[in-house]
Design a protein around this ligand. Structure first.
Ligand SMILES: [Zn+2]
Ligand SMILES: [Zn+2]
Ligand SMILES: [Zn+2]
Length: 324
């Protein structure tokens, strides 16, 4: 089965020498050391829903998410290109129905142009820019780096959550911080007491045994990006203008953005593991389901129990239980 019919997109490659760190692999870069935080959000069992797949009539034709983090990381490491959204198709004829996939593709492309823009501004001469203009440009570009880093994380997480039975109302309007840890929406509704905390990101990673690396690394990076975005690039807070000369402003832009993006690209390596495991898992399950259908299983018996990370076992008598 084809995972995704993604069209190559000839976006300009990431500039040479954008950062030394970025071109290193996950094993040889020490995480940039974001402040370690204790994560208390619990992880919960979940199942895939039928929207995890794309459908052609009764048959599964593909997976209903795109490897956003995988591609973004490949592009940042100059190993691959970013994709455009495949041509649109109706949901019954192989179309994507995951709204976060299309949003994610757009955000990834914008982020790539932000990365190119900050790097170009920081490393090329701009005659005619005085030190005030350079300082304003530094803050504008650094803000965009933070903003799109956080938005990309949000959409990449929501894209995967959409494939699960976790209710969309739990994450649809949530920003990154709450995706990392939020008060349990169930308990919040039931009692007036302080609800326990759950982690939707941890919950996604859990069945693939990726909790540890998420909680000890990837989530810390996302948390840092989120805090920087919230304090400097999303609301009323922003760094002060520090007018001191064009070159100094450019140098700081390069340093700050490199630092943020080195952590980001490392975080993506964990995200890539999750995306790839989920894709493999769904491809296996999808092939198995198609085989059952080809062998005559009727639609009414297709209430599958799609447990992530576990081999798909179909036992007709155990099926038919209610799916939330
Ligand atoms: Zn609860
Ligand atoms: Zn876990
Ligand atoms: Zn790590």
């Amino acid at each position: 089965m084809e995972q995704s019919g993604i069209a190559p997109y000839a976006v300009q490659g990431v500039p040479q020498g954008i950062t030394q760190e970025m071109t290193k692999s996950k094993t040889d870069i020490a995480p940039a050391g974001p402040n370690k935080r204790e994560w208390h959000g619990t992880h919960h069992p979940w199942r895939f829903r039928s929207q995890a797949f794309r459908w052609k009539g009764e048959q599964i034709s593909g997976i209903n998410f795109l490897p956003l983090a995988t591609e973004m990381r490949a592009w940042m490491l100059r190993r691959g290109q970013l994709s455009l959204m495949p041509p649109s198709a109706p949901p019954w004829n192989d179309g994507f129905t995951n709204p976060y996939s299309a949003n994610g593709i757009t955000l990834a492309l914008i982020m790539s142009s932000v990365i190119i823009a900050f790097h170009e501004y920081a490393t090329t001469a701009t005659p005619g820019h005085d030190e005030i203009a350079a300082e304003i440009e530094r803050l504008r570009l650094y803000n965009e780096v933070l903003l799109y880093s956080a938005r990309f994380c949000e959409v990449a997480i929501k894209q995967l959550l959409y494939c699960t039975e976790i209710r969309e109302s739990w994450y649809k309007r949530k920003a990154l911080g709450e995706l990392l840890e939020l008060p349990c929406p169930e308990c919040k509704r039931k009692s007036g007491q302080e609800p326990h905390r759950i982690s939707l990101v941890g919950t996604l990673a859990c069945p693939y045994h990726l909790c540890r690396e998420f909680e000890h690394c990837a989530m810390d990076h996302m948390d840092l990006v989120n805090k920087l975005r919230n304090s400097q690039a999303a609301h009323s807070g922003i760094q002060a203008l520090n007018v001191r000369g064009v070159d100094a402003s450019k140098e700081q832009l390069l340093q700050d953005s490199d630092e943020a993006l080195s952590g980001f690209v490392h975080m993506l390596s964990h995200f890539e593991d999750l995306e790839q495991q989920m894709l493999r898992d769904l491809v296996e399950k999808g092939e198995e389901i198609n085989r059952l259908k080809r062998n005559g299983l009727s639609a009414k018996d297709c209430n599958f129990n799609l447990e992530p990370g576990k081999p798909f076992v179909f036992t007709p008598c155990a099926q038919g239980r209610d799916v939330e």
